[in-house]
Design a protein around this ligand. Sequence first.
Ligand code: KG4
Ligand code: ZN
Length: 343
Amino acid sequence: MARNLILAFETSCDETSVAVIEDGNQILSNVVATQIKSHQRFGGVVPEVASRHHIEQITICVKEALAEAQVTYSDLTAVAVTYGPGLVGALLIGVTAAKTIAWAHNLPLIPVNHIAGHIYAARFVQPVEFPAMALVVSGGHTELVYMPAENQFEIIGETRDDAAGEAYDKIGRVLGINYPAGKTVDEWAHEGQDTFNFPRAMDKEDNFDFSFSGLKSAFINTVHHADQIGETLNSQDLAASFQAAVVDVLADKTVKALQQYPVKELILAGGVAANRGIRSRLQQELKAFSTTELVLAPLALCGDNAAMIGAVGEVLYRHNVFADASLNANPGLEFEWAADSER
Ligand code: KG4
Ligand code: ZN
């Protein structure tokens, strides 16, 4: 019997990644070439620099991914690629590479939404059971996504301004931490106390939306004010206070969502899902939901990677969601396409 092998591409931001996934849930290879060092001196991702790196890396990553998986093009079942949301120039490199390989080797081309990828990283832990809820927290997104069934996504809450990861990176910069700052802020938070009592924006509002820009401003104002009066604040306490505010809001909104939408699984996904504070808080909160299982995306697959794109690719393959050579990058891609394609 022919194997089910998907060659997957991810180039939406600052990681060039190519993976080979078998049956949607086994990683034969997952090559990730990170560009973080090139962006660090700018304090964030520079889109033009990202595109150039992707161009340099993409063919090397394809070769490595195939070699590591010990497969050739003729073994493949399909090619899957992130076509949005993300940086347009960065997305275009992955989309062009995937289209070229699909055309040259006569393989079906599968268009994948990056956010769906983050959610389906949970497949590498256990099968996703529906209905499911996902809290997706990354550098670009903070969303509560309800999934009534496979390949159906409804955003029930999202950030009105900054994403959680973006806020981590910005306050990290004020603390003198290199981009991306989330991991170090998380470590410092565990060495300090919540002494500053920063605002928990929208926490008590009757919706599932988030806002982090007020928290970020409160943090920056506190540090600047201290600077002006020649006072030095404890960085660990600042980190702990910031993290406590983020975790409170994320957890409270998620609990509210679970009360309204009973689900079999809660999936925590995205780069910020690596955060120890939010992981342990959700584990604690989920004790009150005896029929909902918490599925934490594997730490190594929380950040951007192509394995998660292959996991979604296999789902879309079964649902006959394919693209042709006209597939374009869609930087502002939203979820409707998935539900629409079912109708
Ligand atoms: O998903 P991701 O790799 O890229 C996007 O699609 O945005 O997420 C990267 C984000 C960065 O903002 C980084 O600071 C944050 O995830 N991050 C963390 C942690 N590890 C990474 N934020 C908080 N705590 C962490 N442990
Ligand atoms: Zn991402």
